[in-house]
Design a protein around this ligand. Structure first.
Ligand SMILES: [Zn+2]
Length: 124
C-alpha cells in the first residue's frame, strides 16, 4: 500500500500513512459508494451558449457594437466569419445563429458610422 500523498510504502491494512499522516485510500476497507457520474445533456445549455467560442465572441461583440461602433463591430464581424468557418466541421444551429448576429451587427455598426460621416459631410 503506497501513500497517495507522499508516495511511501505503508502496511497493507494501514488507515493512515506512517510517514506523513495522510489518510490512506485503502481499496479493501473503502466501502464508500461511488457517487453517480453526472451526465450533462448540453442540449438545453446549447440554446443559451453555443460551444463555438468564436460564435460567443461574435454575439457579445455584435451586441456591444450597437453602442461602441466599428471598433467593436469589426472584431464582431471577424469572429462571426471565423465562427461560421469552424462551424463547418461541427455544424451547430445555435453557433450559426450567434455568428450571424455578430456579422449583422458588425456590418450595421459600420454602415451607421459611414452614414453618420456622410450626413455630417453633407451638412457641413
Ligand atoms: Zn504519506
Amino acid at each position: 500500500m503506497f501513500c497517495s500523498s507522499c508516495g511511501k510504502e505503508n502496511e497493507a491494512d494501514a488507515r493512515f500513512c506512517i510517514h506523513c499522516g495522510e489518510e490512506l485510500q485503502n481499496a479493501a476497507s473503502d466501502d464508500k459508494p461511488i457517487p453517480p457520474k453526472v451526465v450533462c445533456n448540453d442540449a438545453g445549455l446549447d440554446l443559451v451558449l453555443p460551444p463555438n467560442k468564436y460564435a460567443i465572441w461574435a454575439y457579445y461583440l455584435g451586441v456591444a457594437s450597437i453602442l461602441c461602433g466599428p471598433p467593436v463591430g469589426i472584431p464582431a464581424l471577424t469572429c462571426g466569419i471565423m465562427a461560421l468557418e469552424s462551424d463547418r466541421e461541427h455544424p451547430n444551429r445555435s453557433s450559426r445563429f450567434h455568428a450571424w448576429i455578430g456579422i449583422v451587427f458588425g456590418v450595421l455598426s459600420m454602415l451607421f458610422t459611414m452614414l453618420f460621416i456622410l450626413i455630417s459631410i453633407i451638412l457641413d
